[in-house]
Design a protein around this ligand. Structure first.
Ligand code: ACO
Length: 335
């Protein structure tokens, strides 16, 4: 069996910064409420017509990751793309990235696991590398939320949280079996699928029906979140899945060099930090600047932590996520 290691990381966020003050002019909310409940100060939202799409942002992040890995796009032998906001209903954005990077005929897989999508994708890459099937896998998480949010007071419970952006890594085959991805842990609980979901359009309700009914009060094509319910599950599942990863590798919370939690809410990260008795240097957060970028949040945070010199050789890096599905996951890496 081979080992997998991350050899390149990159991220891209659109230029347009949207502050909480900017959002105050769109809906009945306040900078104070958003900061107090979520920790978010600003996020990036694409400007319609600026050329950014989920796949184009993913491509930009991917180019940086490939370059940092000292590879060429032609060295990539498999692509995995995680998103809940694909450019098209079909095909998925994996093939769009392939086209943009000029990579010919390698497999491209799209993953639909929302906030846990990046760790699910990393896990798939890890298995493919370990079994010897591929050598250099490009894993991307990218989201363009802003175009699909309800930017009015009715949608304020959701719209203030989400931001746009992309992150990517290159996962490579390695023969060093003490370093790299140590383990990944994946879970889901479909019982709560509708607590955080975007239902329409769907195979139960196609666009022609929606157009015919033309109901301005139909909110089914906006994301719906039972925030409190999600929050309560998130704090429990985050801790469980981090402990599962540590136990699987006979490690303790004090061994964590850096925890990069999915950036859903600063209060969730702080709760986990306190519960696990981690110090400030052990937990990385950047939700203040980007909001929740779903499948992109972990690779963006990993990329920023790397740029800040926080991801160094021998360090234990723990990734953990919880979100719609419900799905939750963790990955433990010895860098
Ligand atoms: N501005 C001002 N007031 C608001 C806003 C807003 N933007 N949004 C809601 N409110 C009001 C509500 O109407 C409510 O008013 P009421 O008490 O008069 O009824 C009050 O604020 C409290 O609302 P809550 O929903 O209880 O607020 P809460 O403290 O739970 O915060 C939040 C909401 C931020 C959404 C929180 O519940 C949360 O972060 N949940 C978890 C999110 C998460 O982890 N998601 C998973 C990942 S996302 C994914 O997978 C796609």
């Amino acid at each position: 069996m081979y080992q997998s290691k991350i050899v390149g990381i990159g991220h891209f966020v659109p230029e347009n910064v949207v502050t909480n003050k900017d959002i105050e002019s769109l809906m009945d909310t306040s900078d104070e409420w958003i900061q107090e409940r979520t920790g978010i100060k600003e996020r990036r939202w694409v400007v319609p017509g600026d050329g950014n799409t989920t796949s184009s942002m993913g491509t930009k992040a991917a180019r940086k990751a490939i370059s940092q890995a000292n590879l060429l796009p032609s060295d990539i032998d498999f692509i995995i793309f995680a998103t809940l906001s694909p450019d098209y209903y079909f095909p998925g954005p994996g093939v769009m990235v392939q086209k943009e990077l000029g990579i010919t005929e390698v497999g491209a897989l799209d993953v639909r696991n929302q906030c846990s999508g990046f760790i699910y994708s990393l896990s798939v890459a890890d298995q493919f590398i370990k079994t010897g099937m591929y050598k250099n896998i490009l894993v991307i998480g990218s989201e363009l939320h802003s175009g699909g949010l309800e930017k009015s007071s009715r949608g304020r419970g959701v719209s203030v949280i989400f931001g746009d952006g992309a992150g990517a890594v290159v996962v490579q085959r390695s023969e060093n079996n003490t370093h790299g991805i140590l383990s990944t842990h994946l879970h889901s609980e479909g019982l709560h699928a509708e607590e955080l979901a975007l239902i329409g359009p769907s195979t139960g309700r196609w666009v022609p029906e929606i157009i015919e009914v033309n109901d301005p009060n139909d909110t089914s094509y906006y994301p719906h979140m039972n925030g409190n319910f999600v929050f309560k599950h998130a704090v429990v599942r985050f801790s469980e899945v981090i402990m599962e990863a540590l136990n699987a590798n006979s490690l303790q919370t004090s061994d964590i060099g850096i925890l990069i939690p999915h950036q859903a809410n600063l209060r969730i990260s702080q709760f986990i930090q306190k519960q696990m008795k981690l110090n400030d240097a052990q937990v990385f957060n950047n939700i203040m600047h980007y909001g929740n970028t779903t499948a992109a949040s972990i690779p963006i945070a990993l990329s920023e932590a790397n740029e800040q010199g926080l991801i160094v050789k021998d360090k234990i890096v723990c990734l953990a996520a919880f979100g719609s599905g419900f799905t939750w996951a963790s990955a433990l890496i010895r860098w």
